[in-house]
Design a protein around this ligand. Sequence first.
Ligand code: PGA
Length: 248
Amino acid sequence: MAKLIIANWKMNPETLFRAIQLAKAEDFENVVIAAPFVFLKNISNTLKKAALAAQDVAWAVKGAYTGEISVGQLKQMNIQYVIIGHSERRYWFKETETVINRKLKIVLGAGLKAILCVGEDWSMRKKGLVAAENFIKKQLAADLKSISVFTNQSAAKIKNLLIAYEPIWAIGTGRHDNPRNAAVIAEFIKKFIHSKFKIQNLKVLYGGSVNSRNAGLFLEQKTIDGLLVGGASLKTAEFKKIIKLAGL
Ligand code: PGA
């Protein structure tokens, strides 16, 4: 199965011009661009084939929530994916598992694809893979609490769930995970989600200091279905190389 490459631009680039230039450089088969909200409409108008992601969404459907953006508004702009629970949101904006759980329910309930980010910090990982797995299991259980009930047990909707395994210590640090260890954790995530929700073929991506030198090592792991790329997705040549490595 083709691997999925998601560019997480975060709060970059600074201008719409640069955003369009970056997005134009890509071939959109199995590539998703998670651009800042304010650029999404323009990119979707300019590049009809681009699959786009929002980097976050409100936990309410509509109403008096100053500054927030709803899932319905994203749907109107043809956004297909939403990143939920990125560690930067958990850390800087104090997003709790309760909030993440609400967001997931809203996104999956609306039929959009949710990219749920999970991952441990270094104090956990240095205790070993099993400790990291136990941490991730707890995170997944809380983030996905009663999700099947909310989505009306609709397998089709839960199928829109993707997981990005992003060890916190690897994000933006230049210190990527060992690909084999990441593959072990990806497999663990698949087994855990299968035992809970009976989802087959769950896509698990790896993210954290991916670049063109290490992307191939992650992509050749059978249990890793794609990459969530931050910093390297802002460098056109670098991102193109990563896409090429994915054989897209
Ligand atoms: P990075 O970011 O590739 O710059 O480490 C990945 C992410 O935060 O999704």
